[in-house]
Design a binder for this molecule. Structure first.
Ligand code: UDP
Length: 373
C-alpha cells in the first residue's frame, strides 16, 4: 500500500519504519525543514555543543522493548537528570528529596523523621486531590509548594495551579532519601550523536521517502491508501470546533566560556524571575569536551496560531472540545491520529515510541486480515 505520514517526529518515523519493513511504500512529509519534531538536536555552529533545539529531552524508560528499539539505531551514553532549582536566593536539589527537605527546613532528619515531619505539613483534609494545588498541599504542604511549585507552575502554564489537573504534579516524585535522579526508570541515557541522527537512521530505509518543508494538503490523501497524522488534532479538522490550547516556549540564547552554571538544568522557582529555567547544553553530553558553552533562558507563553505547539494544556473547558475532536477523529476512515499533537496528550518519548510500535502492529494485523483501518 501507499502510505503517507504527516510529521517526521518519533511517531511517524517509528511507525513508518515498521510499515516500510513490512513492504509498504512510505512517504513522510514535514512542514519544518528538519526531521525529529521537537526532539530535534543540532550542533551549535559557534561552540560545537549538541543543542536540544526545542528544549531538553532526556530519554528514560522502563520498557525494555523500547530501549532495545532505540539502541538498535544509536548508542546511548549514561546520563542522569539531576535538576537544581533556585528559590529565594538559595539553590536546592530536585525532585524534592531528603537533601532538599533538610536544607529547606535547616534540619538533619533521617528518612523516617523527614517522612513524619512532611506528613505534619501536609493538608490531610484533602482526601482526593483534583487540582495541582490540592495535590501539592496534600503531599508536601504549603511551604515547599510555594517555594518550588507555585511560582514555577504559574510561569510554565500561565494560570493558577488551582486550574490545573493534579496529574501534572504526579509526574514528580518526593523522595525520603538522597537520590536526586529526576526519573525512576531502569533505562536512562542520551543518544550519542543526538536525537535527529537517531531519527534519520530510523527513517533510512529503501521503502521510505522523506520530504521536508512540505505541509499537508487534503488532496495528498487521494494519492495514498492511508494517512498517519501526527500533526495537531484540531489542525486536521481546520480548527472547526475551536483551538485546543497549547503552551509554546521562547528561548533566549547566550554563550559563555567554560562552565557557566555547573549543571544542565537550573529551574527558577520565584515568580519574579521571568524565565522558568536555564539550560546549559554541554552538560547533556558529558562525554564530550567543549571550551565554549551555549545556554538558553526558557520562557513559556500561550501558543498563537503561528507558533510551535509544545505542551497541551488540557484545562477543564478544553476537555469538552477535545472529546468532540476525538469523536470526529474516530469517525474518520483512512486516517490514524498519533503522537503528542495528534492525540493532544503530554507524551514522554518512550511512550510515544511504544504507541508508535503498537500502532504499526495493529495496522499490519488489521490490513493483513483485510479489515479497514
Ligand atoms: N514543576 C514545578 N517546579 C519545578 C519543576 C516542575 O512546579 O521546579 C511543575 C511544573 O508545573 C511542571 C510539572 O511540575 O510542568 C512537571 O514537571 P516536569 O519536570 O515533568 O516538566 P517538563 O520537563 O515536562 O517541563
Amino acid at each position: 500500500m501507499k502510505i503517507l505520514f504527516v510529521g517526521a517526529g518519533l511517531s511517524g518515523a517509528v511507525t513508518g519504519r515498521a510499515l516500510a519493513e513490512a513492504g509498504h511504500e512510505v512517504t513522510v512529509i514535514d512542514g519544518r525543514d528538519h526531521i525529529a519534531g521537537n526532539c530535534h538536536t543540532v550542533r551549535d555552529p559557534e561552540t560545537g555543543v549538541m543543542v536540544h533545539v526545542y528544549g531538553p529531552h532526556i530519554f528514560h524508560t522502563d520498557d525494555a522493548g523500547v530501549w532495545d528499539y532505540v539502541t538498535r539505531f544509536m548508542a546511548f551514553r549514561p546520563y542522569k537528570n539531576r535538576v537544581k532549582t533556585t528559590s529565594r536566593g538559595e539553590v536546592f536539589s530536585l525532585p524534592i528529596n531528603l537533601h532538599t527537605i533538610n536544607q529547606f527546613y535547616r534540619k538533619t532528619f533521617r528518612p523516617e523523621e523527614a517522612r513524619a515531619f512532611i506528613a505534619e505539613q501536609a493538608d490531610t483534609s484533602i482526601e482526593d486531590p483534583q487540582t495541582f494545588e490540592e495535590q501539592a498541599l496534600r503531599f508536601v504542604g504549603p511551604d515547599l509548594y510555594e517555594a518550588f511549585f507555585k511560582g514555577y507552575t504559574e510561569k510554565q502554564w500561565g494560570c493558577s495551579p488551582t486550574e490545573l489537573p493534579a496529574s501534572i504534579l504526579k509526574r514528580l516524585p518526593v523522595r525520603f532519601n538522597y537520590d536526586d535522579n529526576y526519573f525512576f526508570h531502569r533505562f536512562q541515557g542520551m543518544p550519542e550523536e543526538g536525537y535527529t541522527e537517531m531519527v534519520a537512521r530510523i527513517l533510512d530505509h529503501p521503502g521510505i521517502t522523506v520530504t521536508l518543508g512540505t505541509w499537508y494538503e487534503p488532496a495528498m490523501a487521494e494519492d495514498h491508501d492511508h494517512v498517519f497524522w501526527s500533526g495537531p488534532l484540531d489542525g486536521y479538522f481546520g480548527y472547526e470546533l475551536g483551538r485546543l490550547g497549547y503552551r509554546t516556549l521562547d528561548f533566549e540564547r547566550f554563550t559563555a566560556q567554560g562552565d557557566w552554571q555547573g549543571t544542565a538544568v537550573m529551574n527558577y522557582g520565584d515568580r519574579d524571575v521571568p524565565w522558568t529555567r536555564i539550560t546549559e547544553h554541554k552538560h547533556f553530553s558529558p562525554w564530550e569536551e567543549h571550551e565554549g558553552s551555549v545556554l538558553y533562558r526558557e520562557f513559556s507563553r500561550e501558543c498563537g496560531p503561528e507558533d510551535i505547539p509544545y505542551y497541551p494544556i488540557r484545562l477543564v473547558e478544553e476537555k469538552e472540545m477535545l472529546g468532540a475532536y476525538v469523536a470526529r477523529a474516530e469517525a474518520e476512515t483512512g486516517v490514524t491520529f498519533m503522537g503528542r499533537l495528534g492525540t493532544y496528550r503530554y507524551l514522554d518519548m518512550d511512550v510515544t515510541i511504544r504507541e508508535a510500535l503498537d500502532t504499526a502492529a495493529l495496522f499490519l494485523a488489521r490490513t493483513g486480515a483485510g479489515e479497514p483501518m
